[in-house]
Ligand binder design. Structure first.
Ligand SMILES: Cc1ncc(COP(=O)(O)O)c(C=O)c1O
Length: 487
């Protein structure tokens, strides 16, 4: 009986055709068509199929039926949350990852993928100016990188106290004191709540008007803390892009007898590659562990994150890859890179491949140009908006993002007007900001991360924001007058 490997060709050809057509539509596509789930279910849901269908026809039908429910976040004017586009070589490389269908926890399960990931890891450490020899693991995103980092931190801190978490668990273990910036991202707290450390006794260090940790406040806190201590700071705050002062934080951590410093670099770590921006990350090489994302500012297709740990022995021990069972002993005996040592996943796809392709296709110069372009465009938009009466930019724009508020009235009026402006822009679909919060205020968050955003996108988007603001302002004033009349 002959094999049927030629049956891939037709669905792959259809996928190629649809993918190119979707990607080329991104600059002009309405970003969000806001379909209801009910509308989407009409074509996507239904009874479980009982019989086979032609694979190419399945692709065609699915592409047609999902279209209205896709958010064009890979386009040039998607400025919400923290979602980047995809570099061309990385997207194409990601297709190859699926075609090769390699499982990568062990060198023996895919020698080529192991060396590609090893190389991408080394290039990344070099590009970011981190300590040579740091361990890098490729994860599903920053959240998984945070779990990996904080598990490594927890086990190492307790090991130094003579407590082996892998053997004894957390029952009766010495308490780990956690110190975080009051702006730390929810994913850090999520990890702490799941890895047996808990949230109850966390000490929060205040931040300044730019949401940057105040180092003097940390110094005071650290003087009063004894025993194993985990300190979490961030490189790039979601709402302001602010970078915590790593050198001063590292001084406090190093003065402590048993402390670990973790940095959440999901938003901003990549700035370390740029001569223009790396001053923001002074001291980052002193940090014990860092999480970051490939799929945000580094424009990898979803999903891709990285964990970086300065002392490779700590992560290798914590991940426990050597105890996977007899059938894997030979695999682990090899001296080559076994990715299971650098992350909590066992089987996974080769997420380092799109990263490798980005380094190869852009080179350092191309990557830095992308990073500098995003930050320059964020500054340009913020400056243009700040010149409009009634628009307040809440943070100093140091990186790829800023938070804005609209209006001059009291806080609740400004909060409502700001939300209305953002919702209007989202429903128009030309650009996509999101709402967020800034020390209790409702804000418009602008995050410029895409390799496709250019100056024209920023100028036309700024104009649309100003128009939406004036439109909603007039509406709200009108509504206020009507209420006054009725009174
Ligand atoms: C500051 C920060 N840290 C961590 C994360 C988690 O990243 P991911 O969703 O890739 O796991 C995010 C997500 O937006 C973030 O903004």
């Amino acid at each position: 009986m002959s094999h049927q490997f030629n049956q891939y060709k037709s669905p792959l050809q259809q996928s190629f055709k649809h993918a190119v057509s979707y990607i080329e539509s991104l600059p002009d596509r309405k970003i969000d068509h806001a379909p209801t789930s009910q509308e989407l279910r009409q074509t996507l849901a239904g009874p479980l199929p009982l019989h086979p269908s032609d694979p190419a026809a399945v692709i065609d039908e699915m592409v047609k039926n999902v279209d209205a429910g896709l958010i064009a976040s890979g386009g040039p004017r998607f400025f919400g949350y923290a979602i980047g586009g995809a570099f061309p070589a990385s997207l194409a490389a990601d297709w190859m990852v699926s075609a090769w269908d390699q499982n990568v926890p062990y060198f023996v399960s895919s020698p080529a993928m192991a060396v590609v990931e090893e190389t991408a890891a080394e290039w990344m450490v070099e590009l970011l100016g981190l300590t040579k020899g740091s361990a890098v693991g490729f994860t599903s995103g920053a959240q998984e990188a945070i779990y990996t980092s904080l598990i490594t931190a927890r086990n190492t801190l307790l090991q130094r106290e003579g407590w082996d978490v892998a053997a004894r668990g957390m029952y009766g273990a010495p308490r780990i004191q956690v110190v975080i910036s009051d702006q730390i991202h929810s994913t850090i707290k999520r990890a702490l709540s799941m890895i047996g450390i808990g949230l109850e006794d966390i000490v929060k260090v205040p931040t300044d008007d730019n949401l940057r940790l105040i180092p003097e406040a940390l110094e005071q806190v650290m003087k009063q803390i004894e025993g194993p201590t985990l300190v979490c700071a961030q490189a790039g705050c979601i709402d302001s892009g602010a970078f915590d002062p790593f050198d001063q934080i590292a001084d406090c951590v190093e003065a402590h007898s048993n402390a670990w410093l973790h940095v959440d670099g999901a938003i901003g770590l990549w700035a370390a590659a740029s001569d223009k921006q790396k001053h923001l990350l002074k001291g980052i090489e002193r940090v014990d562990s860092i999480d970051t994302d490939g799929h945000k500012w580094f424009n990898m297709p979803y999903d891709c994150g990285m964990v970086i740990v300065k002392d490779p022995n700590t992560i290798t021990t914590a991940m426990g890859g050597n105890n996977m069972g007899d059938y894997l002993n030979d695999a682990m005996d090899k001296p080559d890179r076994n990715a299971i040592n650098f992350g909590i996943s066992a089987s996974r796809r080769a997420r380092g491949v799109p990263v490798y392709a980005a380094f190869k296709s852009l080179g350092k110069a191309g990557i830095v140009a992308h990073l500098d372009n995003c930050s320059a465009l964020a500054k340009l938009m913020a400056e243009k908006l700040a010149a409009v009466e009634g628009v307040t930019i809440l943070n100093e724009v140091v990186s790829n993002r800023f938070s804005a508020q609209f209006g001059c009235g009291d806080e609740s009026y400004r909060n409502e007007l700001t939300a209305r402006v953002v919702h209007r822009l989202q429903s128009e679909g030309y650009l996509y900001p999101s709402t967020s919060g800034y020390k209790g205020l409702k804000t418009m968050l602008i995050s410029i991360l895409s390799c496709h955003t250019n100056e024209e996108d920023v100028i036309t988007s700024t104009q649309k924001i100003i128009e939406a603001y004036h439109y909603e302002l007039a509406l709200m004033e009108n509504e206020k007058d009507q209420v006054e009349c009725i009174k």
